[in-house]
Design a binder for this molecule. Sequence first.
Ligand SMILES: Cc1ncc(COP(=O)(O)O)c(C=O)c1O
Length: 459
Amino acid sequence: MRALGTSDREVAALMTEATKLAADYWASLEERPSYPSTSGTETARLFDRPWSDEGRGSEVLNDVKAIAEHVRPCTGRFFGYVAGSGEPVGAIGDFLASVLNQNSTSWRSAPAAVTIERTVIGWLAEAVGCSGFAGSLCGGGSTANLMALAIARENMLPANEDGARPGVVYASEQVHMSIPKAIALLGLGRSNLRVIPVDEDFRLRTDALEAAIASDRKSGKTPVAIVASVGTVATGAIDPLREIAKIAETEGLWLHVDGAFGVLAALAAPEKLEGLNLADTISLDAHKWLYQPIDCGCLLYRDRDAARKTFSHSGDYVRIFNHDPGEAFAFFEESIELSRRFRALKLWMSLQYHGRKAYREAISRDLQHAQLLADAIKSHPELELLAPVPLSAVCFRHRVKSNEAILQRVIAQGRVYLSNATINGRFALRACFVNHRTKPEDVHEIVSEVIAAADELDA
Ligand SMILES: Cc1ncc(COP(=O)(O)O)c(C=O)c1O
């Protein structure tokens, strides 16, 4: 057999084994710890090995069990960060996307895949109340934010031909780290990010925003864009979109909404996201609150030409000769990516398999779980809620014991996984619900695990 060849029989055997591994893994999630008991030495011992000259054949699948034991499983008791739960139909879609191995650069290179991605983008835009927005899928919220600010820069302070000039971007002090990173990468200069104070609900203060813009204009700076957060990563705070949009309009600034965490809550609670459709660009993450396997970010934009102005610079070898609007379409004219996975297939399959109602209900349940935890914390004498809970992130602390020590113990115990945040200078325990597997009893376990860990510590 020629190099790299696999017979149909071999592939079928590998597939049977791989699907069994996947099914067993999903079936075992409930029994798995919320965090693996492992160490750097252990993972290096198991997985840091030379690439041998001779192939190992189907033995490579034997590693999967060990890998699964040394990764964070997507159990219903994982509440750290903003970690989606990896819905299985989406995972099957991802596998099939790799089998089809489409390059979703343009209709010409992947006719069905590109049509499906455009359809799915339409579903997402409509689901968050932004019908008519165009967009594209990408690796995640950080890439979507980078593309959004690139579009803002090119349309407000063109840089593609002659290089970047400093321009000021405004965002709340709770903004996600991907925004300063994008500003640095785009050559705007991180010192040109104005970090605007927040109110007691961790929402950007619009009076401070207006004052900052006025002060910058007075000193000869060039304001470019405002970034509003829909779901700050720490507390899920939703910035006042309508007021911010008004300021953006009056000042002639670009309005980007970083909705990587929270925008998809619009499916279940659209009233929380009033004014979202006033944005110029919106980031969202289907691998967070649509439970899809990583990676599945998305950037929506009101004006396709604005995206094209930024990203359209094509080499002759990808030139499109067709004039039919569907067939001439190219994502590479609107995105930083050329070669692109067929990410849309997992969404296409998973969203249709379950239907819209199931997604609405899963997101509603996450919102309810957050309120359930907030209520349990409020009614527990040893615990204190540290921030309002507008979406599904809950920040709290033990009133007396070291919360850092509690967190370490809770994680080591492996029943529930929490992460942390800093709230008004204090170390907070943080639970975030974007997980279709979580049950109410898992939520109660957060409180019992935190109290059990606290009881084991000296005061
Ligand atoms: C508000 C917000 N923006 C952006 C991101 C970055 O998203 P990603 O990790 O998909 O790059 C996150 C991630 O948690 C986030 O919460």
